[in-house]
Design a protein around this ligand. Structure first.
Ligand SMILES: Nc1ncnc2c1ncn2[C@@H]1O[C@H](COP(=O)(O)OP(=O)(O)OP(=O)(O)O)[C@@H](O)[C@H]1O
Length: 251
């Protein structure tokens, strides 16, 4: 186990309050280099708020969220070019073509060989047929591939994913997972993945952090948690945690 602070993603006593609502309440966890950690929890558990603080989009009320050593509330400009983010809930400008959108993001991230990088991603993610089509005219599956291309444009060392396969058909979702696995392996990327899809979590994640009501209620490798709760799948473990059942207690 590596120490907090030296891992690419390190969250220490992180909290966010909205008036009386404690969205995140003093959580600590870290993600070791080149590994994937799943951030799990029911609706309103605090996952998106945690990811938004890791991206430096929301200022914490307490504690800190560090990526690659930078405190994301104050020093994010030091590392933004080394990280990236994907969420199906973020829309790209719809009138720009896919190629134009990727150019805009590539420039924002300071990608030096941008034309080559876009061509490379177009082949890897099978975007060639619609590279010059307006982004607003794509199917959901095509949009997801473009969102994935955007998130990989700068070859990020750290990737934050907020439900990357939400509302995709099983075939497209599987394709996205396969691609993420490959990217992680080839790039040695460190990934934090918020997901409601438990088979996805079992497949992709080395570790999981389970949140409820803004706090961490359990963490460990999926196989460890499954055996600790005396269950068959992460789906069963998730239901135990969500419904407040103790480890090993019968349903
Ligand atoms: N801007 C805000 N103002 C007030 N409350 C907020 C705000 N953003 C989030 N919250 C509250 O904080 C809590 C955590 O929300 P968050 O979106 O982080 O949960 P989540 O785990 O991502 O949920 P989901 O799985 O539904 O996306 C919820 O109770 C939510 O209503």
């Amino acid at each position: 186990m590596q120490q907090l602070g030296v891992n690419p993603i390190a969250v220490t006593r992180l909290g966010k309050r909205y008036g009386p609502v404690g969205a995140v309440d003093g959580i600590s966890f870290s993600v070791p280099a080149a590994s994937v950690t799943g951030l799990l929890g029911g609706n309103g558990a605090g996952k998106t708020t945690t990811i938004a603080m890791l991206m430096g989009l929301i200022t914490p009320s307490s504690g800190e969220a560090r990526i690659l050593g930078a405190d994301m509330a104050h020093q994010r400009h030091q590392v933004l070019h080394r990280i990236n983010f994907e969420s199906p809930y973020v829309e790209m400008p719809m009138r720009l073509t896919v190629r134009q959108n990727l150019k805009v993001f590539g420039r924002l991230y300071g990608v030096a060989d941008l034309k080559d990088r876009i061509d490379e991603l177009a082949v890897e993610l099978a975007l060639q047929d619609f590279l010059d089509r307006p982004s607003g005219k794509l199917s959901a599956g095509q949009k997801t591939r473009v969102a994935l291309a955007k998130s990989l444009i700068n070859r990020p060392e750290v990737l934050l994913l907020d439900e990357p396969t939400a509302s995709l058909d099983p075939d497209t979702a599987d394709w996205v997972r396969t691609h993420l696995e490959r990217y992680r392996r080839e790039r040695g990327a460190t990934i934090l993945l918020a997901s409601h899809n438990m088979p996805e979590v079992e497949r992709l994640c080395d570790d999981v952090v389970m949140m409820k009501g803004g706090v961490i209620v359990d963490q460990g490798a999926p196989s460890e948690l499954i055996s600790r709760y005396g269950r068959e799948t992460m789906e069963d473990v998730f239901l135990d945690v969500a419904r407040g059942r103790r480890q090993g207690e019968a349903a």
